[in-house]
Design a protein around this ligand. Sequence first.
Ligand code: GAL
Length: 633
Amino acid sequence: MSSPFLDQLSYGGDYNPEQWSREVWLEDVKLMKEANVNLVTLGVFAWANIEVADGKYEFGWLDEIFDLLHENGIGVDLATATASPPAWLTRKWPEVLPVTNQGVRHSHGGRQAYCVSSPIYKQKAADLAGRLAERYSKHPALKMWHVNNEYGCHNPLCFCDQSEIAWRSWLKLRYSNLDELNRAWGTNFWSQKYHDWEEINVPAETPAGTYPNPSMFLDFRRFSHYQILDLYRAEKDQIRKFDSSTPITTNFMSMKHSGNLNYWDWANEVDFVATDHYLNAEDPKNYIDLAFQADLTRGFAQGKPWLLMEHSTSAVNWQQRNIAKSHGEMIANSMSHIARGSNGAMFFQWRQSISGSEKFHSAMFPHAGRKSRIWRSVVELGKQIHDLGNLSKTQTQRAQVAMIFDYESWWALSQMNLPSTSISYPELAHDWYRALWELGVRVDFVSPNSLLEDLNAYELVLAPMQYLMSDSQEQVLSNYVANGKNLISSYFTGISNEDDSIKTGGYGGKLATDVIGIHVEEFAPARSNEFVELSNGYKATEWSQFAEATTANVLAKFSSGEASGSAAIVRSRSANAWYIGTRLDDASCRQFFDSVIGELRLAREGGDGVEVVRRGRTKFLINHNTNQVSWEE
Ligand code: GAL
């Protein structure tokens, strides 16, 4: 598919002309041209302004703005407007509104107030997407389709009656019979055995101090994820009836706090990958989190260019304290995304709203108007992006290190009744990534279902806390190590199979017992705020365990806590598989990776707050320090 997305870098943002008068529209396009804006996302939340009553459409204003943008050389990323059903819809069909795990039906008034299994919502959303495609597919301003918005952001799970019906049907397809389901969920426990499909409910809230069956809940996450993917497909199919060529995408949320959807699956369904990113403003090193997310997004895109669909020019409106970006920070953020593969930098939103709950969220054109540092930076960034010219067809240089990122393990670990509530899948992955970033080592991300040939492209693979591991995943990692390539895994990796049933005979499955050579017999999580000391001087938190090396060499033992004397960090006899049995603090983590990267002689560039990334023939150097630095080649 030919894609205008590949022809140039995009610059612009969400544009909500329905909030403004015609005079403002005219001013907007002038300002957009001044800032080199070449793409805007129209209509994300405009359902109520387009379909004003069931089947009654008002396209006039959209026609006008489409033409105005086109006359001024600005392209349109047209949203299907389905992210927020209008009041007439939820009034007519209140069953569309989602229900919480406590049985409370949400009310209209926020956004994404729909059940992901609602047949009515699905039908109405697909109809609207079709109507828009019918009308605008030939418009010369149309550059791409933007289906819905940040799927699963506010409504990832629904516990209503319709969901229950859909859930049972999904289970019937997944498990050929109830015996299979009972086996997978281990239902000979707490009288959970099912004798009839109709007995299976949605895993809503259970009596205080008890929780739904974890295997069932894991399946419910999978089910909900696929229901949402089906919503996307329904809209996409409808668009394709009228438009066979314009690229179709939706904006992912590949951020640290949002693990609701497994984007490895989604990446196969979009014509190109797009994502949104918002900084945790209070984290002084949030640019590392940004780099993680950008690299992860490039992983979904399999190395190809992707698009940063939203970020902010300065403060957001939804954190505890919405801290303004410092001078130059916005441009550094945008460049970091572009260096890591984004074909441009888009924002939420073009013009700052004066009403509604996002009126204090920064925008490209702020309340203060032209006389503002934000506007000056927006114009400056537009010029810089314009000057980057042909970068759009190039790719970010491949890394030598790959981290496995596994949403299903994240889902399984987001439940209760684990050895410690302190353990966090994304935190450990971020710890390891941060250490490598600080050392100037670039990281790519790969799916837990990667094939051996995909992993073989890397010198070192990281598997932090990959709690669920199927036999085939375990086999791929074992073969990778057998091929002489290097692996680092951690505590709580390979604990359960894909049903979340424990692998017995030493925690960690064959990967731990046969490949690494460690026998983990019992967990000994740390108390809150307790430091765990290691015999080599490293410090750790959160976790220790009773473990002994069988064939592996011990690099460090626990030297404090219950498991004192047990193996903490080991290296396989073959010397190319490491295992870290605790959560190292930042300094120790960096020291550990420094020694491994040094020994493997992997490439490093940057570090000390300076980010160095190569894309095509362009080398990006981004200084995140507050002081100037000089850089020697
Ligand atoms: C995103 C959303 C935008 C806007 C933004 C504010 O999650 O897609 O519509 O609400 O957050 O940060």
